[in-house]
Every structure is written in C-alpha cells, then in structure tokens.
Design a protein around this ligand. Structure first.
Ligand SMILES: [Ca+2]
Ligand SMILES: [Ca+2]
Length: 188
C-alpha cells in the first residue's frame, strides 16, 4: 500500500503536466546587478535566483566584457577594470532549469580614476649668451579623451634673471587643462 502511494505521488506531477494542469515555470533572478565600477578597483556581483519548482539551476554568462570573469559555481561576477575600460559595458547572465531560462541584462559603467601625466620630451639644457633659448615641452596623459582628469599645461611666467627674461619655475599662470589628450606648449 505504501509503495502504491509513493508511485502515485511520483507520477502525479507528470500526469498534471500532461493534462496542462501543472506547468513548469522558468527560474528568475532575485538579485539586483551592481552597475557601477571604478577604474583600478575590484568589482564584484553575486547573482541569485529562484526556481519555484525546485529544479536544479545552472548559471552562465552569455555576454561579458574582457575585464570580467564569471564563476558559475558561486555565481560571482568579478574583475578589476583598468584605464582602458573606462565607459559602459554590457553584461548578460542566464539562469536555466532544464529548458526554461531567464536572462539578466545590464550595463556596468566604469568611472575614471585620475592617472598622472608624464613629460615625453627631453629638456634642452644648454643655452648661449645673447641667443634665444627655446624648448618645446611635450606630455601625454592616459586618461580618456573628454575626461576632466587630463593634463594641464601651464605657461611659465617670465621672470627677470640676470638682466634677461627667463622662465620662472616657481610661478606659473595661463594653465590650460583637458582640452586635448596631447597638448603642445612652447616656452620661448
Ligand atoms: Ca584613468
Ligand atoms: Ca590624468
């Protein structure tokens, strides 16, 4: 008798499904994606989902940017964006149970961290009395074009030095920032 009951309980869902009384439902995400990231800082988001039928769920990443990895065992999405990844990145995660699945589609926005500019030119370190001295300084800044963190070039204020006009290293003015990724300034 007990065996008969178990058999009936075991095949009942199949009978209900066959007659359309009981239908499988797709799993669904219960976690909210983390959509903000910062250059050079670790990003992490752990996805969670529920299947109301209690079916075994599997997770996968269908769309990922190059700086992110997805662990389908822990459902953790993780990675550290660099300066090259500043901007928006599309992500698609999928949770499946049998043939049913749901996707979570979102965009991660990576904000810039200021990187220092560097001088790329070599200073002219010799000068001749009564002859004009000239040195064209060049620099570059790795931050993205349009970023407020781009380099500033400041034209030195001319100072009197030994009866001649000479650039002062202590006082500057006429700074120009962020207009271009690379800028050119001549000191004459
Ligand atoms: Ca940067
Ligand atoms: Ca910068």
């Amino acid at each position: 008798m007990v065996k008969m009951k178990k058999l009936i309980l075991g095949i009942l869902p199949l009978i209900l499904i066959s007659f359309g009384v009981y239908a499988q439902t797709a799993p669904y995400f219960t976690s909210t994606a983390v959509t903000e990231a910062t250059e050079d800082s670790p990003y992490t988001y752990t996805a969670a989902a529920i299947d109301d039928d209690g079916d075994l769920m599997t997770f996968s990443a269908e769309v990922l940017p190059s700086w992110l990895l997805f662990d389908d065992g822990t459902q953790e999405l993780y990675g550290t964006p660099t300066n090259d990844h500043v901007g928006d990145h599309n992500v698609t995660l999928r949770v499946a149970a049998g043939t049913d699945f749901e996707e979570q589609i979102f965009t991660i926005s990576v904000s810039n961290t200021n990187d220092p500019p560097s001088i790329t030119s070599t200073a002219v370190t010799t000068a001749t009395q009564d002859a004009a001295y000239s040195y064209d300084a060049d620099a570059s800044d790795p931050d993205p074009v349009g970023s407020p963190d781009l380099q500033c070039f400041c034209k030195p204020r001319l100072a009197v030095h030994r009866s001649k006009l000479w650039p002062s290293h202590r006082h500057t003015n006429k700074c120009r920032c962020g207009a271009k990724q690379r800028h050119h300034q001549s000191f004459r």
